[in-house]
Design a protein. Structure first.
Length: 108
């Protein structure tokens, strides 16, 4: 069986790329910002807060959840979403390493 492109990279590199790809759409960034602003698990409010159709919002929520950026809990017939702190901790650690390395380098 052939080797996939991701096999050539570390688990951390693949994880960061997956997270970055999920954050690569402004609607998903807006969803993250909204969840941070309300600071609670919310259900239908996300659709009301964005200028997008419900189906489009659902697709963006699915991408964010698959990347581990948000969590979804079933409450009755609705799924309530909130931020997944663990994934943001991974991003914080990754970018902190970059910032420290850049600060120590003397670049052109």
């Amino acid at each position: 069986m052939g080797v996939t492109k991701t096999d050539h990279f570390t688990d951390e590199q693949n994880r960061i790329a997956t997270i970055a790809k999920a954050l690569g759409h402004p609607a998903r960034v807006a969803i993250i910002e909204y969840l941070l602003k309300v600071n609670a698990c919310i259900c239908g409010d996300i659709v009301d807060a964005l200028p997008l159709a419900q189906a489009t919002v659902s697709q963006h929520l699915k991408e964010l959840k698959n990347a581990g950026l948000i969590k979804g809990n079933i409450e009755g017939t609705a799924i309530c979403y909130c931020i997944d702190e663990k994934t943001f901790e991974i991003l914080k650690d990754y970018f902190s390493k970059i910032i420290l390395t850049v600060a120590e380098q003397k670049c052109c």
